[in-house]
Design a protein around this ligand. Structure first.
Ligand SMILES: NC(=O)c1ccc[n+]([C@@H]2O[C@H](COP(=O)([O-])OP(=O)(O)OC[C@H]3O[C@@H](n4cnc5c(N)ncnc54)[C@H](O)[C@@H]3O)[C@@H](O)[C@H]2O)c1
Length: 334
């Protein structure tokens, strides 16, 4: 069987999750790796016995072609996106890129435009769309009266990567991390009608609780209105150190409460019964399999978050950030 030849751009933390997937897939061969950090690119290359090792995406694209690579996986810092995607588009190489795909919305819009124009296969790392638990929620919602309140939360600590300490390099927790739940809301309810958001700093002291450069929000709250009388409140916090609240989504319907515990389990409660369902799948493996299958067959229908769709989640996150700045509600044209 001919294997799908993959190039890895970025060999840091998230790349490791994709590498774990590829180690479990016998139809994939990682043939090229790139990362400015020597130790990381060598480690990634060693995992797959790969000998085409590059310092960055530029060197990789300069030495590879559509004849030597079937796809690339781009897992780099949110501010490191330059021509990382456009060179793939120029060369006709399908790509899977991690969220947030960039912190420059104009750049993301131009990439989405070119992806749509060329029909190139793309995927964005919104892994939660591939959860069995998300499938259950999606199937359950139409069985009930439309509308209701949703409370969503992602409250934890500060992730270890250097670029998370500053809002200018991570985009803020909502755009960098809680964008998973934001995207989940879009996946369940469609396009938002409006967003209003606030944020707060002062709990975490730079240089004491975090790096001296820390200047991102300690917490934020976004109120998002969706069609059919759905209003979601999404809170994000990175100040939590020892005891943590449940994270995920609580969906309150007229006759059921759906309590989705982030990537872990789902509790469906009615007056008559309570069902507790554990996650059974590895959603990143399913994301990677869906992308590779699309590359293999040319059929992108299994990809749940192609770049142009993911752009809408990024735009919603940035609209929430704009609301935090201005104090104004942002309305979306329909
Ligand atoms: N989908 C998810 O669940 C998930 C989880 C974690 C992180 N992420 C996202 O993945 C991305 C990467 O996060 P991470 O935790 O791996 O960060 P990281 O800092 O651990 O790794 C990023 C790597 O990219 C390399 N890099 C930077 N510019 C490059 C270039 N031009 N060419 C090649 N390599 C380059 C860096 O040297 C670094 O090793 C971020 O956007 C993050 O938000 C997604």
């Amino acid at each position: 069987m001919k294997k799908v030849r993959i190039g890895l751009i970025g060999c840091g933390g998230r790349s490791q999750a994709h590498r774990n997937s590829f180690q479990q897939m016998d139809n994939v061969q990682v043939v090229a790796v790139a990362d400015p950090v020597e130790e990381r690119r060598l480690e990634a290359a060693k995992q797959f016995g790969c000998t085409r090792i590059y310092r960055d995406h530029t060197e990789l694209y300069d030495h590879e072609s559509r004849d030597t690579l079937d796809a690339v996986i781009i897992s780099i810092e949110p501010t490191a996106h330059t021509d990382t995607e456009t060179r793939a588009i120029d060369m006709g190489i399908p790509f899977l890129v991690e969220k947030p795909m960039t912190l420059d919305l104009d750049q993301a819009r131009e990439i989405a435009r070119r992806v749509t124009e060329t029909g190139l296969i793309t995927a964005v790392g919104f892994q939660d769309r591939y959860l069995d638990l998300m499938d259950i929620i999606k199937a359950e919602l139409p069985r009930h009266k439309a509308g209701g309140l949703v409370y969503g939360a992602w409250i934890g600590g500060i992730p270890g990567v250097w670029w998370w300490q500053k809002k200018s390099t991570c985009g803020g927790q909502l755009v960098e991390q809680n964008i998973h739940l934001l995207d989940g809301l879009r996946y369940l309810y469609g396009e938002a009608l409006s967003v209003y958001a606030t944020c707060s700093t002062g709990m975490i002291q730079a240089g004491v609780d975090a790096d001296p450069s820390y200047d991102t929000d300690d917490h934020s709250t976004a109120v998002i209105r969706f069609p059919h009388n759905v209003t979601a409140t999404l809170v994000s916090g990175c100040y939590s150190t020892t005891v943590r609240p449940n994270c995920g989504l609580v969906i309150t319907l007229n006759d059921m409460v759906i309590d989705y515990r982030l990537r872990n389990n789902l509790i469906l409660r009615t007056a008559a019964e309570t069902r507790d369902i554990n996650r059974q799948v590895d959603q990143t493996l399913l994301l990677d399999k869906a992308f590779v299958h699309a590359v293999e067959t040319g059929d992108p229908s299994g990809i749940r978050s192609p770049y142009p769709d993911a752009l809408k989640s990024l735009e919603l996150g940035f609209a929430a950030n704009a609301s935090m700045e201005s104090g104004q509600v942002i309305y979306f044209d329909k």
